[in-house]
Write a protein that binds this ligand. Structure first.
Ligand code: GAL
Length: 643
C-alpha cells in the first residue's frame, strides 16, 4: 500500500456479521489490529458503520427489519441496502453498534473520518419500503407537511377520480396493485422516502457523534434519482462520491468525460466545498454490460479530472480482489494473481506518486464559479411524473445537454437547486424548471432585478410545490416579457428549426409557443403554425436580463446562445479563447488568489492549442507562451507564468 502511494483506507463497510456475530456480542479486536497496522505505516482509516448489509441473526429474529417491496412482498434475508428505515428494532441495533464502534475507535488517532453506512438506497433503485411501519411514518410526515386533511386533499386534487381522503389512516403508498396515478401522492412519497432514509442516517451520525468529533461522510452516487442529495448534504460534514463511468464504452471519451464532470461539479456544489472520491475503479467494474478495462493512461486522466473539479482524494474500490462471491471479478489495485507485478498496480503507484508531488496549496484551493445551473431533485421527480409532452421523460438526460454546452466553454460551473442562494453568480441557467418551489420564483426575480442574468427554457414555471398548475399566466411573465400560450412537441416526421443569428438549428422535441410582450426576439421558429414566432427572447428586467429558450435543440444551439451571453458578461476561459473539442478546462483558486488551471485532453490524439497568455506546467516546469501541447489523455496542471 505504501509503495502504491496509498495513505488512507476505508474499512468495515459491510462487516456487521463479523463485528457483532451474535446479538449484543461485539468483536472489535480484529478491526483494531488492522487500524493499528495501517496507522503505524502512515495510513489513515475512514471507518464505516457496517449497516449496509444486515447479519442473519437480525433478519431471522426480527422480521420488521426486512423491507416490504412495492408488490407488498416482505423480503427474505439477502443482498444489501435493503433494511426498513422505520423499524425501531433496526434503529436500535444499528445505532447501538455504531455507538460501540465510536466508543472504541472514535478517538483513535488513525481514524480520520466516519463512512456512514454505504450508498444508502443503492443497488436496486427501489429505495422505498412499503411496510406498515413506513405507511404510518408516511401518514405522520404528511400530517406535518399539510396540517389538515383538507389541505392535503386540495394539494393532491383528490376530487378527480373520486380520490377524496377522509382520514390520514386511509393513505397508502403508491403501489402497482393500488393507487399509481395521484401525482401529489407519488411526489410526496418520493420526498418522504428520501427524508426517511436521511432520518435514519442522521440517527447513525448522532450515535457515532457521542464519542467522536471526526467528520461524518456518506458515499453518494452522483445524480442518483431516489435521494435528494441537496437535503442530505446538510446533514453531512463532507460529501463523497462513488464514481464509475464505463470508460471506452463510447467511441468518443468526451461523452463520458462530460457526464463525469457534471457529477463532480454536483458533488462540489452540494456543500460548496471540496469533496472526496470514496470509490472509483482502477481497471473495470464487474457489473457493466461490457467490462472494458481502463486503457493505459485513463486511470491517471480520469483521476486527475476528479481533482480538477474539486476532489481532495482518489480512492479505489477495492484494494484486493476477493476470491469469491458477488464482486470477485471487480477491479482492484491488487488482482488475484501476480501481486504488484501488473499494469494496473503500476499505474496506481505512478498516480500515487504524482498526487503526492502536487503543490500542497492545491488542497486549500477551490473551484470558484461565476455560473450556476439549476438541477433540483424535487423538480425532476415532478417533471418526470407529469405525464405530458413526452412519455417517458428523462429530466437528467435533457438537462445534461445544457450542462455539456456550458462545460464546453471550459469555465467552472456550480450546480444548485431551488433552495440554493443565487447571490454572486453572473448567470443562472435554469433549464426545465417545471416546478417553482418555495420562494425560488421570488428570489429569481430579485436576482435578475439586481443585475443577474437568468436563462430559462420551455417546460418551466408550470406547477407549484404541490404539483398544481399555475393558472392565469406564467408566474414569470412580466420578468420574461413573454406570454406563454401552449407547448408543442415536434412530430417525428417533420423537421423544424430555430433561426438564430443567421443560422438554422434543428429542433429536437419541445417547442413552446409564446408571444413577445416587452421581450426582444433573438430567434424565431422556421416552420409550422408558429413560424416566425419567438423561439429565443431576452427581456431587460431591473438591472438584469431574463432569457427564454422556447425550443429544445441540440448542444450546438445552446452553445451559440451561451456564447453570446458569456461575451456580454465578459466570462472567459482562463486559458484560451477557443477550447478545442475533447479538451476540458477547470480552475482551482487558492485562498490567497493563486490559480491552478487544469487542461485535460480526452481525445485519442495529441493536440496543440492556442492559449491567451503564457502558462507554466507546475509539475514538469515546461513553459508555454502562445501554444499549449497536450498528449493523448494528458492532464496538465498549469499556472500563469508570473507566479
Ligand atoms: C459501489 C459499492 C461497493 C461496490 C462497488 C462496485 O456502488 O459501494 O460496495 O459494490 O459499487 O462497483
Amino acid at each position: 500500500m505504501k509503495e502504491a502511494g496509498i495513505n488512507c483506507a476505508t474499512l468495515a463497510v459491510f462487516a456487521w456479521a463479523r463485528l457483532e456475530p451474535e446479538e449484543g456480542v461485539y468483536e472489535f479486536d480484529w478491526l483494531e489490529d488492522i487500524i493499528n497496522t495501517l496507522y503505524e505505516n502512515g495510513i489513515h482509516t475512514i471507518l464505516a458503520t457496517p449497516t449496509g448489509a444486515m447479519p442473519r441473526w437480525l433478519t431471522d429474529k426480527y422480521e420488521e427489519v426486512r423491507k416490504v417491496d412495492r408488490n407488498g412482498v416482505r423480503r427474505i434475508h439477502g443482498n444489501r441496502h435493503n433494511f426498513c428505515p422505520s423499524s425501531p428494532v433496526m434503529r436500535e441495533k444499528a445505532y447501538m453498534l455504531d455507538e460501540k464502534l465510536s466508543e472504541r475507535f472514535g478517538k483513535h488517532p488513525g481514524v480520520a473520518a466516519w463512512h456512514i453506512s454505504n450508498e444508502y438506497a443503492g443497488d436496486n433503485h427501489e429505495s422505498d419500503c412499503h411496510c406498515p411501519l413506513c405507511q404510518k411514518a408516511f401518514q405522520e410526515w404528511l400530517k406535518e407537511r399539510y396540517g389538515t386533511i383538507d389541505a392535503l386533499n386540495h394539494a393532491w386534487w383528490t376530487d378527480f377520480w373520486s380520490n377524496h381522503i377522509n382520514d390520514w389512516e386511509e393513505i397508502h403508498s403508491p403501489v402497482p396493485y393500488g393507487e399509481e396515478n395521484l401525482k401529489g401522492l407519488i411526489l410526496d412519497w418520493k420526498r418522504f422516502t428520501s427524508d426517511r432514509l436521511l432520518n435514519f442516517c442522521e440517527g447513525e451520525i448522532a450515535a457515532v457523534r457521542k464519542y467522536s468529533d471526526q467528520p461524518m461522510v456518506c458515499n453518494l452516487m452522483g445524480f442518483f434519482r431516489p435521494m435528494n442529495y441537496f437535503k442530505w448534504a446538510k446533514s453531512l460534514d463532507i460529501v463523497s462520491l462513488d464514481n464509475y463511468p464505463f470508460w471506452h464504452s463510447e467511441r468518443d471519451e468526451n461523452v463520458l468525460a462530460g457526464e463525469a464532470a457534471a457529477i463532480f461539479d454536483l458533488m462540489r456544489s452540494l456543500k460548496h466545498q471540496p469533496f472526496l472520491i470514496m470509490e472509483s475503479v482502477p481497471s473495470s467494474v464487474n457489473w457493466a454490460p461490457r467490462c472494458i478495462l481502463k486503457r493505459p493512461g485513463m486511470l491517471e486522466l480520469s483521476s486527475m479530472q476528479m481533482i480538477a473539479h474539486g476532489s481532495e482524494s482518489v480512492q479505489y474500490f477495492q484494494w484486493r480482489k476477493g476470491r469469491g462471491s458477488a464482486e470477485k471479478y471487480h477491479g482492484a489495485v491488487i488482482d488475484h494473481k501476480n501481486g504488484g507485478n501488473t499494469r494496473t498496480y503500476r499505474e496506481v503507484a505512478a498516480l500515487g506518486e504524482r498526487l503526492s508531488k502536487l503543490p500542497s496549496d492545491l488542497l486549500s484551493s477551490f473551484n470558484q464559479a461565476r455560473i450556476a445551473i439549476v438541477y433540483d431533485w424535487e423538480n425532476c421527480w415532478a417533471v418526470e411524473n407529469a405525464e405530458a409532452v413526452l412519455n417517458p421523460f428523462s429530466c437528467y438526460k435533457r438537462w445534461l445537454v445544457y450542462y455539456r454546452a456550458l462545460r464546453s466553454f471550459g469555465v467552472n460551473i456550480d450546480i444548485i437547486d431551488m433552495e440554493s442562494s443565487l447571490e454572486g453568480y453572473d448567470a443562472v441557467i435554469a433549464p426545465l424548471n417545471y416546478m417553482y418551489r418555495g420562494d425560488y420564483m421570488e428570489r429569481v426575480k430579485q436576482y435578475t432585478e439586481k443585475g443577474g442574468t437568468y436563462v430559462t427554457t420551455y417546460w418551466s414555471g408550470e406547477v407549484d410545490d404541490s404539483d398544481l398548475c399555475f393558472t392565469g399566466s406564467h408566474p414569470l411573465r412580466e420578468m420574461l416579457g413573454v406570454r406563454h400560450e401552449e407547448t408543442d412537441v415536434r412530430p417525428l416526421w417533420q423537421e423544424n428549426h430555430v433561426l438564430y443569428q443567421g443560422k438554422a438549428y434543428e429542433i429536437r422535441d419541445i417547442c413552446a409557443v409564446v408571444h413577445e410582450e416587452s421581450a426582444e426576439v433573438l430567434g424565431t421558429y422556421e416552420q409550422d403554425y408558429y413560424q416566425g414566432m419567438p423561439a429565443v427572447t431576452m427581456n431587460r428586467y431591473g438591472e438584469g436580463n431574463a432569457y427564454l429558450i422556447a425550443a429544445e435543440c441540440g448542444e450546438d444551439f445552446m452553445k451559440a446562445v451561451f456564447s453570446d451571453i458569456f461575451n456580454r458578461l465578459s466570462i472567459h476561459n482562463p486559458l484560451t479563447n477557443e477550447v478545442p473539442y475533447g479538451v476540458e478546462v477547470t480552475e482551482r483558486t487558492t485562498e490567497d488568489g493563486r490559480s491552478y488551471v487544469f487542461a485535460m485532453n480526452f481525445n485519442r490524439e495529441p493536440l496543440k492549442m492556442e492559449i491567451s497568455q503564457p502558462y507554466r506546467d507546475v509539475e514538469t516546469g515546461e513553459e508555454f507562451s502562445d501554444h499549449l501541447t497536450l498528449a493523448r489523455w494528458q492532464c496538465r496542471v498549469l499556472q500563469k507564468k508570473e507566479f
